[in-house]
Design a binder for this molecule. Sequence first.
Ligand code: G4P
Ligand code: MG
Length: 175
Amino acid sequence: MTQKIWYTYDDIHRVIKGLAEKIRNSGIKYDAMIAIGGGGFIPARMLRCFLEIPIYAVTTAYYDNDHEGKVTNEVKKIQWLDPLPEVLKGKNVLVIDEVDDSRVTMEFCLTELQKEDFDTIGVAVLHEKIKAKAGKIPENIPYFSGITVEDWWINYPWDALDIDQHNELAAKGRN
Ligand code: G4P
Ligand code: MG
């Protein structure tokens, strides 16, 4: 059974502060964020306190297709920056997601965004799972992660139906 871990909003806020520091120290000034929804929305908003740049958004959905025993991963666009706003053309953008898991969604989004007229495209995630990756981050894309974590299932506070119980589980997980 996959092990699980619970993170609180406070845990995430601290990770984001460290992530912002790494981004700021990279030497590239990013002009805007592109959040990958839904998981990237709240992290992008929290990062904005530190980076003070606007947030744009795309939304994808991920499908685990089990076709006659053969599992394929498919990512589809739910909403996209199409057409790309003029103000983003030639700019440095930072793609934001909550977790670097298989990299399938990340590869899909980065490859699609590379078709557009940006200067630098970087990518930043809160949690980088240490595991074999099915997807690839295209070359020359600066990559930032808040913290590296084991390959456990992460329970995010924004998915909690009972935030008090979520926080209790997070507190237990730390002991
Ligand atoms: P990656 O490219 O960023 O590595 O993501 P991947 O395609 O592997 O992830 C597929 C979906 O599974 C994503 O959701 C991702 O957020 C979610 N996911 C992966 N690992 C975890 C985890 O440990 N905890 C949680 N809560 N979710 C995880 P999605 O299809 O983009 O949906 P959404 O929830 O972001 O809307
Ligand atoms: Mg996601």
